[in-house]
Design a protein around this ligand. Structure first.
Ligand SMILES: Nc1ncnc2c1ncn2[C@@H]1O[C@H](COP(=O)(O)OP(=O)(O)OP(=O)(O)O)[C@@H](O)[C@H]1O
Length: 286
Protein backbone atom coordinates (compact mmCIF):
# COMPACT_ATOMS: atom_id res chain seq x y z
CA UNK A 1 0.00 0.00 0.00
CA UNK A 2 1.34 3.37 -0.99
CA UNK A 3 1.48 6.11 1.63
CA UNK A 4 0.43 9.59 0.55
CA UNK A 5 1.36 11.04 3.93
CA UNK A 6 3.92 9.85 6.47
CA UNK A 7 4.01 11.53 9.86
CA UNK A 8 6.91 10.69 12.13
CA UNK A 9 7.49 11.79 15.72
CA UNK A 10 5.31 14.85 15.28
CA UNK A 11 5.43 16.99 18.39
CA UNK A 12 3.91 20.42 18.95
CA UNK A 13 3.34 22.36 22.14
CA UNK A 14 0.57 24.95 22.39
CA UNK A 15 -0.05 26.74 25.68
CA UNK A 16 0.05 23.66 27.89
CA UNK A 17 -1.32 21.30 25.24
CA UNK A 18 1.14 18.82 23.74
CA UNK A 19 0.74 16.93 20.52
CA UNK A 20 2.85 14.05 21.60
CA UNK A 21 5.14 12.10 19.28
CA UNK A 22 2.56 11.17 16.63
CA UNK A 23 3.44 8.52 14.05
CA UNK A 24 0.99 7.54 11.34
CA UNK A 25 0.48 7.03 7.60
CA UNK A 26 -2.35 7.99 5.27
CA UNK A 27 -2.77 5.44 2.49
CA UNK A 28 -3.59 5.95 -1.14
CA UNK A 29 -6.92 4.49 -2.24
CA UNK A 30 -8.48 4.62 1.22
CA UNK A 31 -10.50 6.83 3.53
CA UNK A 32 -8.83 7.44 6.88
CA UNK A 33 -10.92 8.89 9.67
CA UNK A 34 -9.27 10.98 12.36
CA UNK A 35 -11.34 10.76 15.48
CA UNK A 36 -11.08 12.15 18.96
CA UNK A 37 -12.97 14.25 21.48
CA UNK A 38 -12.96 18.06 21.62
CA UNK A 39 -9.48 19.42 22.17
CA UNK A 40 -7.76 16.09 21.37
CA UNK A 41 -5.44 17.71 18.82
CA UNK A 42 -7.11 16.89 15.49
CA UNK A 43 -7.06 20.42 14.05
CA UNK A 44 -3.55 21.03 15.32
CA UNK A 45 -2.35 17.87 13.55
CA UNK A 46 -4.11 18.90 10.34
CA UNK A 47 -2.59 22.37 10.53
CA UNK A 48 0.85 20.82 10.88
CA UNK A 49 0.20 18.56 7.85
CA UNK A 50 -0.92 21.61 5.86
CA UNK A 51 2.11 23.58 7.06
CA UNK A 52 -0.15 26.28 8.51
CA UNK A 53 1.73 25.92 11.77
CA UNK A 54 5.23 24.57 12.18
CA UNK A 55 5.82 21.51 14.34
CA UNK A 56 8.40 21.66 17.16
CA UNK A 57 9.82 18.27 16.21
CA UNK A 58 9.26 15.48 13.75
CA UNK A 59 8.90 14.96 10.01
CA UNK A 60 5.93 15.13 7.72
CA UNK A 61 6.30 13.75 4.21
CA UNK A 62 3.58 14.18 1.61
CA UNK A 63 3.84 12.47 -1.79
CA UNK A 64 7.24 11.32 -0.58
CA UNK A 65 8.51 14.87 -0.21
CA UNK A 66 9.21 16.94 2.84
CA UNK A 67 6.21 19.22 3.21
CA UNK A 68 8.15 22.18 4.56
CA UNK A 69 10.61 22.17 1.63
CA UNK A 70 8.07 21.64 -1.16
CA UNK A 71 4.98 23.33 0.25
CA UNK A 72 3.86 25.13 -2.92
CA UNK A 73 4.17 22.07 -5.18
CA UNK A 74 2.54 19.79 -2.64
CA UNK A 75 -0.40 22.14 -2.10
CA UNK A 76 -1.18 22.01 -5.82
CA UNK A 77 -1.98 18.34 -5.30
CA UNK A 78 -4.08 18.74 -2.14
CA UNK A 79 -7.73 19.60 -1.73
CA UNK A 80 -8.16 21.14 1.70
CA UNK A 81 -11.53 21.79 3.32
CA UNK A 82 -11.84 23.39 6.72
CA UNK A 83 -14.19 25.84 8.34
CA UNK A 84 -11.81 28.76 8.18
CA UNK A 85 -11.27 28.52 4.44
CA UNK A 86 -10.73 32.08 3.37
CA UNK A 87 -13.11 33.47 0.78
CA UNK A 88 -14.20 36.91 -0.38
CA UNK A 89 -17.42 37.15 1.59
CA UNK A 90 -18.90 40.11 -0.33
CA UNK A 91 -18.27 38.46 -3.68
CA UNK A 92 -20.22 35.78 -5.49
CA UNK A 93 -19.22 32.14 -5.85
CA UNK A 94 -18.35 32.88 -9.46
CA UNK A 95 -16.12 35.82 -8.58
CA UNK A 96 -14.35 33.86 -5.85
CA UNK A 97 -13.66 31.13 -8.36
CA UNK A 98 -12.26 33.66 -10.85
CA UNK A 99 -9.91 35.11 -8.22
CA UNK A 100 -8.74 31.84 -6.67
CA UNK A 101 -8.64 29.36 -9.57
CA UNK A 102 -5.52 30.84 -11.27
CA UNK A 103 -3.46 29.63 -8.29
CA UNK A 104 -4.00 26.04 -9.41
CA UNK A 105 -2.21 24.61 -12.42
CA UNK A 106 -4.69 21.76 -12.81
CA UNK A 107 -7.80 23.87 -12.35
CA UNK A 108 -10.74 22.37 -14.24
CA UNK A 109 -13.59 24.82 -14.84
CA UNK A 110 -15.86 22.12 -16.18
CA UNK A 111 -15.40 20.07 -13.04
CA UNK A 112 -16.06 23.14 -10.87
CA UNK A 113 -19.39 23.78 -12.61
CA UNK A 114 -20.19 20.07 -12.43
CA UNK A 115 -19.94 20.30 -8.64
CA UNK A 116 -21.91 23.55 -8.46
CA UNK A 117 -24.70 21.83 -10.34
CA UNK A 118 -24.45 18.66 -8.29
CA UNK A 119 -24.60 20.67 -5.06
CA UNK A 120 -27.35 23.04 -6.34
CA UNK A 121 -25.16 26.06 -5.72
CA UNK A 122 -26.06 29.22 -7.67
CA UNK A 123 -22.87 30.79 -9.02
CA UNK A 124 -24.26 34.30 -8.51
CA UNK A 125 -24.87 33.90 -4.79
CA UNK A 126 -22.68 35.97 -2.46
CA UNK A 127 -20.49 33.85 -0.20
CA UNK A 128 -21.71 35.71 2.90
CA UNK A 129 -25.25 34.55 2.09
CA UNK A 130 -24.39 30.87 1.93
CA UNK A 131 -25.79 28.61 4.64
CA UNK A 132 -23.34 26.40 6.56
CA UNK A 133 -24.09 23.40 4.35
CA UNK A 134 -23.81 25.47 1.17
CA UNK A 135 -20.53 26.94 2.34
CA UNK A 136 -19.13 23.49 2.97
CA UNK A 137 -20.25 22.39 -0.49
CA UNK A 138 -18.68 25.48 -2.04
CA UNK A 139 -15.41 24.77 -0.20
CA UNK A 140 -15.59 21.24 -1.49
CA UNK A 141 -16.20 22.35 -5.09
CA UNK A 142 -13.19 24.67 -4.83
CA UNK A 143 -11.07 21.92 -3.27
CA UNK A 144 -12.01 19.25 -5.81
CA UNK A 145 -11.91 21.30 -9.01
CA UNK A 146 -8.13 21.10 -9.29
CA UNK A 147 -8.04 17.29 -9.30
CA UNK A 148 -6.40 16.79 -5.89
CA UNK A 149 -4.76 13.46 -5.16
CA UNK A 150 -5.04 14.00 -1.42
CA UNK A 151 -8.21 15.41 0.13
CA UNK A 152 -7.91 16.56 3.71
CA UNK A 153 -10.90 17.88 5.62
CA UNK A 154 -11.21 19.22 9.13
CA UNK A 155 -14.62 18.27 10.50
CA UNK A 156 -16.40 18.62 7.18
CA UNK A 157 -19.63 17.12 8.50
CA UNK A 158 -19.90 19.18 11.71
CA UNK A 159 -23.11 21.19 11.84
CA UNK A 160 -24.55 19.71 8.67
CA UNK A 161 -28.04 18.26 8.52
CA UNK A 162 -28.28 14.46 8.10
CA UNK A 163 -29.10 14.69 4.40
CA UNK A 164 -26.18 16.91 3.45
CA UNK A 165 -23.93 14.82 5.69
CA UNK A 166 -24.98 11.65 3.97
CA UNK A 167 -24.44 13.29 0.56
CA UNK A 168 -20.94 14.29 1.57
CA UNK A 169 -20.12 10.78 2.78
CA UNK A 170 -21.47 9.32 -0.49
CA UNK A 171 -19.30 11.75 -2.42
CA UNK A 172 -16.21 10.70 -0.46
CA UNK A 173 -16.91 7.09 -1.37
CA UNK A 174 -17.38 8.06 -5.00
CA UNK A 175 -14.09 9.99 -5.03
CA UNK A 176 -12.11 7.10 -3.62
CA UNK A 177 -13.38 4.61 -6.22
CA UNK A 178 -10.52 5.16 -8.70
CA UNK A 179 -8.02 4.18 -5.96
CA UNK A 180 -5.79 7.07 -7.00
CA UNK A 181 -6.64 9.39 -4.14
CA UNK A 182 -6.42 9.42 -0.38
CA UNK A 183 -9.01 11.02 1.87
CA UNK A 184 -8.30 12.06 5.43
CA UNK A 185 -10.95 13.72 7.53
CA UNK A 186 -11.38 14.57 11.17
CA UNK A 187 -14.63 14.23 13.00
CA UNK A 188 -16.17 13.42 16.34
CA UNK A 189 -19.28 12.04 14.67
CA UNK A 190 -18.54 8.36 15.04
CA UNK A 191 -21.37 7.15 12.80
CA UNK A 192 -19.78 8.95 9.83
CA UNK A 193 -16.70 6.83 10.27
CA UNK A 194 -18.64 3.62 10.80
CA UNK A 195 -20.25 4.31 7.45
CA UNK A 196 -17.20 5.01 5.29
CA UNK A 197 -13.77 4.85 6.91
CA UNK A 198 -11.33 2.09 5.97
CA UNK A 199 -8.73 3.15 8.51
CA UNK A 200 -9.06 5.01 11.73
CA UNK A 201 -6.71 7.05 13.86
CA UNK A 202 -8.02 7.73 17.35
CA UNK A 203 -6.36 10.60 19.17
CA UNK A 204 -6.94 11.64 22.76
CA UNK A 205 -5.13 14.31 24.71
CA UNK A 206 -2.50 14.76 22.00
CA UNK A 207 -1.64 11.05 21.76
CA UNK A 208 -2.66 8.33 19.38
CA UNK A 209 -4.60 5.67 21.27
CA UNK A 210 -5.28 3.44 18.29
CA UNK A 211 -4.60 3.33 14.58
CA UNK A 212 -5.44 0.62 12.15
CA UNK A 213 -8.23 -0.86 10.14
CA UNK A 214 -11.72 0.08 11.19
CA UNK A 215 -12.81 -3.55 11.74
CA UNK A 216 -9.70 -4.31 13.75
CA UNK A 217 -10.59 -1.38 16.01
CA UNK A 218 -14.16 -2.41 16.79
CA UNK A 219 -13.20 -6.09 17.10
CA UNK A 220 -10.39 -5.36 19.53
CA UNK A 221 -12.66 -3.92 22.21
CA UNK A 222 -15.53 -5.57 24.05
CA UNK A 223 -18.28 -3.95 26.08
CA UNK A 224 -18.72 -5.88 29.32
CA UNK A 225 -21.88 -5.59 31.41
CA UNK A 226 -22.96 -7.13 34.68
CA UNK A 227 -25.22 -6.78 37.68
CA UNK A 228 -24.14 -5.12 40.93
CA UNK A 229 -23.69 -8.62 42.43
CA UNK A 230 -21.19 -9.47 39.71
CA UNK A 231 -19.10 -6.36 40.24
CA UNK A 232 -16.51 -8.25 42.31
CA UNK A 233 -15.66 -10.38 39.24
CA UNK A 234 -13.79 -7.35 37.92
CA UNK A 235 -11.49 -7.11 40.93
CA UNK A 236 -7.87 -6.82 39.85
CA UNK A 237 -8.71 -6.79 36.14
CA UNK A 238 -7.68 -3.90 33.89
CA UNK A 239 -10.96 -2.51 32.59
CA UNK A 240 -11.48 0.80 30.82
CA UNK A 241 -13.85 3.53 32.05
CA UNK A 242 -15.95 1.52 34.50
CA UNK A 243 -19.44 3.01 34.89
CA UNK A 244 -21.44 1.81 37.88
CA UNK A 245 -25.15 2.31 38.52
CA UNK A 246 -27.49 1.09 41.29
CA UNK A 247 -28.28 -2.05 39.32
CA UNK A 248 -25.04 -2.92 37.63
CA UNK A 249 -21.99 -1.81 35.69
CA UNK A 250 -20.59 -1.39 32.21
CA UNK A 251 -17.01 -1.06 31.06
CA UNK A 252 -14.77 -1.59 28.08
CA UNK A 253 -12.12 -4.27 27.78
CA UNK A 254 -9.15 -4.21 25.45
CA UNK A 255 -8.85 -7.82 24.28
CA UNK A 256 -5.22 -7.26 23.25
CA UNK A 257 -4.27 -6.44 26.84
CA UNK A 258 -6.64 -8.68 28.79
CA UNK A 259 -7.89 -12.19 28.11
CA UNK A 260 -11.63 -12.24 27.52
CA UNK A 261 -11.85 -15.55 29.42
CA UNK A 262 -11.83 -13.50 32.66
CA UNK A 263 -15.23 -12.16 31.71
CA UNK A 264 -16.98 -15.34 30.59
CA UNK A 265 -19.62 -15.08 33.34
CA UNK A 266 -20.55 -11.56 32.23
CA UNK A 267 -22.45 -10.18 29.26
CA UNK A 268 -20.08 -9.26 26.41
CA UNK A 269 -21.18 -7.08 23.49
CA UNK A 270 -19.59 -5.53 20.44
CA UNK A 271 -19.13 -1.81 21.17
CA UNK A 272 -19.89 1.02 18.78
CA UNK A 273 -17.15 3.53 18.00
CA UNK A 274 -18.94 5.92 20.30
CA UNK A 275 -18.76 3.39 23.16
CA UNK A 276 -15.02 2.97 22.60
CA UNK A 277 -14.48 6.71 22.56
CA UNK A 278 -16.71 7.34 25.57
CA UNK A 279 -15.14 4.72 27.84
CA UNK A 280 -11.60 5.49 26.75
CA UNK A 281 -11.96 9.21 27.38
CA UNK A 282 -13.81 8.57 30.64
CA UNK A 283 -10.96 6.45 31.93
CA UNK A 284 -8.37 9.14 31.22
CA UNK A 285 -6.67 6.40 29.19
CA UNK A 286 -2.89 6.62 29.11
N1 LIG B 1 -3.55 28.77 18.47
C1 LIG B 1 -3.61 28.11 19.62
N2 LIG B 1 -3.03 28.64 20.73
C2 LIG B 1 -3.08 27.98 21.91
N3 LIG B 1 -3.66 26.79 22.09
C3 LIG B 1 -4.25 26.24 21.03
C4 LIG B 1 -4.27 26.86 19.74
N4 LIG B 1 -4.94 26.05 18.89
C5 LIG B 1 -5.34 24.98 19.61
N5 LIG B 1 -4.92 25.08 20.88
C6 LIG B 1 -5.14 24.10 21.96
O1 LIG B 1 -4.68 22.84 21.51
C7 LIG B 1 -5.55 21.82 21.97
C8 LIG B 1 -6.00 20.96 20.80
O2 LIG B 1 -6.87 21.73 19.98
P1 LIG B 1 -7.37 21.22 18.58
O3 LIG B 1 -8.16 22.33 17.97
O4 LIG B 1 -6.24 20.66 17.82
O5 LIG B 1 -8.35 20.01 19.00
P2 LIG B 1 -9.45 19.25 18.15
O6 LIG B 1 -9.23 17.80 18.41
O7 LIG B 1 -9.43 19.71 16.74
O8 LIG B 1 -10.77 19.70 18.91
P3 LIG B 1 -12.28 19.98 18.38
O9 LIG B 1 -12.87 18.64 18.12
O10 LIG B 1 -12.90 20.65 19.57
O11 LIG B 1 -12.20 20.86 17.18
C9 LIG B 1 -6.67 22.49 22.74
O12 LIG B 1 -6.36 22.41 24.11
C10 LIG B 1 -6.63 23.91 22.26
O13 LIG B 1 -7.05 24.80 23.26
Amino acid sequence: MENVVEVRRLTKQLNGFVLNDLNFDIKKGFITGFIGPNGAGKSTTIRCIMDLIRQDQGDIRIFDRSHSEHTAKIKQRIGFVYDENYYYEDSSIEKNKRILSPFYKNWDDELFYYYLKKFHLPATKLVKHLSKGMRMKFSLAMALAHHPEFIIMDEPTAGLDPIVRRELLDLMQELIQDEEKAIFFSTHITTDLERIADFIIFIHDGRIIFQGEMDEFTERYVLVKGTADQRSLLNGLPVIGLRETDVGFECLVDSVKTSLSHFHALLMEKPTLEDIMYYTVRSGYQ
